[in-house]
Design a protein around this ligand. Structure first.
Ligand code: SF4
Ligand code: SF4
Length: 181
């Protein structure tokens, strides 16, 4: 019995079962679920990742100018749901795994998305990239009906308050009629 243990020890020291990390950096395999990161160029600020994140690691706050999305690595369970649900392919799990920090505030990533301003009162009220990307997406369909993107943009450019006070109903009716033709 003792001989077996000694032999195992010698074998283990000659050919270690463990890796040499942290002396030698560890290269994670493909499909490894490391820290999620935003692609600031692609994110439109829709908030779908935040709504779908099971442990609530992604939050957002809206201020006067922008939407601030924040992802806390301390809360994240690295499930990959955010990547799965993002309609704009704007968040991905990376192979980064060294996430130890001294302060909780440093264990996060995020992106700031500017708001679109109401064309009537100037109040920021909707993520600008989301509006732009959505209009581009329906652009082709609109073109089939001979409608320009700017026409739809004009109809949806009012904040909730102004949409009650500014009467765009006649234009909206005209727009709908052209769509159902
Ligand atoms: S675009 Fe993707 S990453 Fe950005 S807020 Fe929406 S779901 Fe999240
Ligand atoms: S990987 Fe999962 S837990 Fe982490 S932020 Fe994305 S959805 Fe939330």
């Amino acid at each position: 019995m003792k001989r077996h243990i000694i032999l195992e020890g010698i074998r283990g020291s000659l050919n270690p079962f463990t890796t040499k990390y942290p002396k030698k950096s560890y290269i994670p395999p493909d499909g490894f679920r490391g820290a999620a990161e935003y692609d600031a160029e692609r994110c439109v600020g829709c908030g779908a990742c935040s709504q779908q994140c099971p442990p609530g690691a992604i939050t957002y706050t809206d201020d006067e100018k922008e939407r601030k999305l924040r992802l806390s690595y301390g809360v994240c369970s690295f499930c990959g749901r955010c990547e799965e649900v993002c309609p704009w392919d704007a968040i991905h799990l990376t192979k980064k795994y060294e996430l130890a920090v001294y302060n909780r505030e440093d264990a996060e990533t995020g992106v700031d998305i500017p708001f679109f301003q109401c064309t009537e009162c100037g109040r920021p009220f909707f993520p600008y990239p989301q509006m732009k990307a959505s209009l581009e997406k329906v652009g082709e369909t609109l073109a089939e009906y001979g409608i320009k993107q700017e026409e739809l943009a004009n109809l949806i450019s009012l904040c909730p308050t102004c949409s009650f006070t500014v009467d765009k109903m006649p234009e909206r009716r005209m727009f709908m009629r052209r769509l159902v033709k």
